[in-house]
Design a protein around this ligand. Sequence first.
Ligand code: ZN
Length: 460
Amino acid sequence: MTTSIHQLLATFDAASAGREMYAFVEKAFPICRSLTGDGVRETLRLIGETIPLAVHEVPTGTPVLDWTVPKEWNVREAWVKDPAGRKVVDFAHHNLHLLGYSVPVHRKMQLAELEEHLHSVPEQPDVIPYRTSYYKEAWGFCLPHRQRQSLPGGEYEVFIDATLESGSLSYGECFLPGKSQQEVLITAHVCHPSLANDNLSGLAVVRAMAQHLAGVERRFGYRFLFMPGTIGAITWLARNESRVGRIAHGLVAANLGDGGKFHYKRSRRGKATIDRAVEQVLSEQVLSEQVLLKSGGDFEVEDFIPFGYDERQFCSPGFDLPVGSLTRTPYGRYPEYHTSSDNLDLVLPEHLGGSLLTYLQVAVVLEGEGRYRNLSPKGEPQLGRRGLYRALGGEGSRDRELALLWVLNLSDGENSLLDVARRSGLPFAAVRGAADALVEAELLLSLDETGDSQREEETR
Ligand code: ZN
């Protein structure tokens, strides 16, 4: 039996959802993920335990837009032994120690030569940095700067038992069909090794969103993608070029487990419905009583720039899809970013819970958004005669009356319910409720249903 998305939100328990998402992050944290390889497959398998997930394998060498699917990388063992024969850097202790996509090597060398392959951050001497060399064949190790400085001179032994060879790129796709042919696209990248906020928090929220929306009636289809950064989105776009016209709204999810305030990066279009929906939700949260969402009691909105996560690909000019990115603290703006400090202590269940709630609130607005025409636009229609005032007695009745009048006044075919909410300052839910009551009283005609069916005709 399916319920409505409103019922889902009314009974949503963010605390328990947060604990469930955190458990997923804990489980997936130790896995060594990369652009390709068994770590990605293992992570997709974990995600597939709770949602219907199709895993696609795209062979190495496949041309995708202007790119080519790379070789597949897998690691078994990697370490550095000091002149005394002690393992001083070991992949088995932390997968960040190995430069991502390192080619195999087994050699002895002097410290001076080894130095050319070491990566550390002098400003953060106690963290292991996260580094990769995807598109240039190299090998290397990452370590705390303090440890690097203490390495004695002499002969070192370096061993990397890895394979970089023909295989495939793996990505996961979960599609929940809706009444309309139009789709909402939600994506997260699956290519980071043991990093909790940048990567796993996004996977956890997107997976949980799919899990929650699977049980509700949906106007839109929802497509959830779990793909390696950049090349994954490029691969998906190349394979689905004929279908991208169905994407009505989209969000790239990342960095959703830290305690920072929400940050929305607009789509390239800037004023797409998704842009206005997210801004509406975040504005309403500032006024909300929910402690969970009061992360600093504020939020930030930024215009599109062609830098960041996979919105770069979805918003490239040849696609120009209405896809924004909703995060907490954006990439690169927290000190733990891309270091071993982005660990299970940085991410908290309540932050994940608040993030999922926010994504679901955005879905509620998308599902409820629409344009209408006032069927009695000359003078105000008599609401009392139609029982609309009577039905609205009691608490908050003034707001509900105002919502009716605003919806009637602005429903000229141009303004949508989001426009009504913004201009009136009323919550979207109140505006949506007023529209429902007016449709029921035959004072309002939905223009989107006809619009949708026209679009569907065109695609047939
Ligand atoms: Zn990253």
